[in-house]
Design a protein around this ligand. Structure first.
Ligand code: AMP
Ligand code: ZN
Length: 472
């Protein structure tokens, strides 16, 4: 049984897909005016784990995600410059060039984090026609009105505007974060189509029945999710901040056009924090995956780090905490590598059913990743399970964890079994030195071995030798 916390009902609910055996899922993707930061990636990892968990439960998942490459304004509202045009100016490139570049970078980073590509990746600029069609429908149905700078959605026409955000009128006004626009009928009204400024030519603009301009930020997700997934569909995901504005408005548009709820489960992830506050591009406290890699961290150590908290709990990022996760991750790989036989014979496919049932229950219970990870360690330490069974079980768990555990362990095993002859001689010399209590000599040899690319660790189970920088 799968359970998910649904923001619509504010309850953990049993997940029942609309069609037996398959799930249709949509998530809000990046705005490609800059590189995605690790805060964004916390959310994308959560969505990847959700998708993997559904598959783990035998469900087919059709997953669509958008790429916002137009219309997302600096203020998240309907005022200010388009993030794309601003980003292009800062980079000295065109908006089209940076959109292409940062979309590619986004997918490269995602793959480094073992985030599987969506089945459908839909760019807003490729779906202008669909967005115009939807605005036309909203106009026909009496939900849209015209001002001097665009076509707006009249939120007073929605019967339950803002239901998902559970905010009163005042809260919604605040949530709208929009500078006062005297032409709007209600503070919470939002742009469906904006006209290009009269005094300046935009790089991205299109003809429409209302005049040359560009789509509002929210209409792309309404138009593209229902185009690729139909409606209603099962799951819509994103980070918490999208709930009071973007998702509230997406719901208002959809329900106006279709006349009923179009999404059954809304899933929202909590933020990655820095010093207790949100990590954000515009706040100047954001790290990218390359920043982590430059400091010698494996991207997957960051993925492991995100499992330290449930996805609905804020998670504070520090280099020290990441270091802790990287060590734990390396340790886990080392332990898995130790389970691997030197000469793999006939491999059984058996897994430990008891742990497998517990693991499936934990990940299916609203993705309880910290608990699932604890269980992984409990099993690794369990002396009653034969190595081959342990190995098969952990390989199975990795379908959800997505940490490349078996591959990394194999890599490590291969490197370790290829220790050069010279290093082997030094190791045995060091052993002799240690037996004779010649500690200084032993340390010197360790340093010499390190220079040759191998690290010696004296553990309770004897001396271990590992290649340095193996996971980077
Ligand atoms: P953007 O590229 O700004 O449209 O954001 C992409 C996604 O990342 C959205 O779902 C945001 O809500 C989410 N996001 C932004 N900052 C953070 C953060 N610090 N932690 C987690 N998710 C975030
Ligand atoms: Zn969206």
């Amino acid at each position: 049984m799968i359970k998910l916390y649904n923001s619509l009902t504010r309850k953990k609910e049993v997940f029942n897909p609309i069609a037996t055996g398959s799930v249709k899922m949509y998530a809000c993707g990046p705005t490609v005016y800059d590189r995605a930061h690790i805060g964004n990636f916390r959310t994308y990892i959560m969505e990847d784990v959700l998708r993997r968990m559904l598959k783990y439960n035998g469900l087919n998942v059709l997953y669509a995600q958008n790429i916002t490459d137009v219309g997302h304004l600096v203020g998240d509202g309907d005022e200010g410059e388009d993030k794309m045009e601003k980003g292009a100016r800062a980079a000295g490139k065109t908006a089209w060039e940076i959109a292409k570049f940062f979309t590619e970078e986004y997918f490269k980073d995602s793959r480094r984090l073992n985030i599987a590509d969506p089945n459908v990746s839909a760019r807003a600029t490729d779906h202008i026609k669909e967005q115009i069609e939807m605005v036309k429908k909203l106009e026909e149905l009496g939900f849209a009105y015209k001002t001097s700078d665009g076509i707006y959605f009249d939120t007073s026409k929605s019967t339950n505007y803002g239901e998902i955000a559970r905010l009163d009128k005042e809260g919604l006004k605040e949530g709208a974060r929009v500078e006062k626009n005297p032409e709007k009928r209600n503070d919470t009204d939002f742009a469906l189509w904006k006209f290009s400024p009269k005094d300046k030519k935009r790089q991205m603009e299109w003809d429409s029945p209302w005049g040359v301009g560009f789509p509002g930020w929210h209409i792309e997700c309404s138009a593209m999710s229902t185009k690729y997934l139909g409606e209603p569909f099962d799951i819509h995901a994103g980070a918490m901040d999208l709930l009071p504005v973007h998702h509230t408005n997406e719901i208002a548009q959809n329900e106006a056009v279709f006349g009923h709820k179009t999404v059954n489960y809304w899933i929202h992830g909590a933020f990655l924090l820095v010093n207790g506050g949100r990590m954000g591009k515009s706040l100047g406290n954001a790290y990218t995956l390359s920043d982590l890699e430059q400091r010698g961290f494996d991207p997957l150590a960051f993925r492991y780090f995100t499992f330290n908290a449930g996805y609905r709990q804020p998670l504070n990022f520090t280099w020290q905490a990441l270091e802790g996760s990287a060590k734990a991750y390396e340790n886990l790989i080392q332990k898995i590598s130790d389970l691997m036989p030197d000469n793999p014979g006939i491999n059984t496919k058996n897994i430990n059913e008891e742990y497998a049932v517990k693991f499936k229950n934990l990940v299916s219970d609203d993705m309880s990743m910290p608990e699932a990870l604890s269980l992984v360690w409990e099993m690794m330490k369990d002396k009653n399970i034969p190595n081959d069974i342990k190995l098969n079980t952990i390989t199975k768990f990795d379908e959800v964890l997505g940490l490349s555990l078996t591959e990394k362990a194999e890599e490590l095993k291969n490197k370790t079994s290829n220790i050069p002859e010279q290093v082997k001689i030094l190791i045995s010399e060091r052993e002799t030195a240690r037996l004779n209590k010649e500690w200084k000599r032993s340390d010197e040899i360790r340093a010499q071995i390190l220079k040759m690319g191998f690290e010696i660790k004296d553990t309770g189970e004897g001396t271990k030798i590992t290649p340095v920088g193996k996971f980077v």
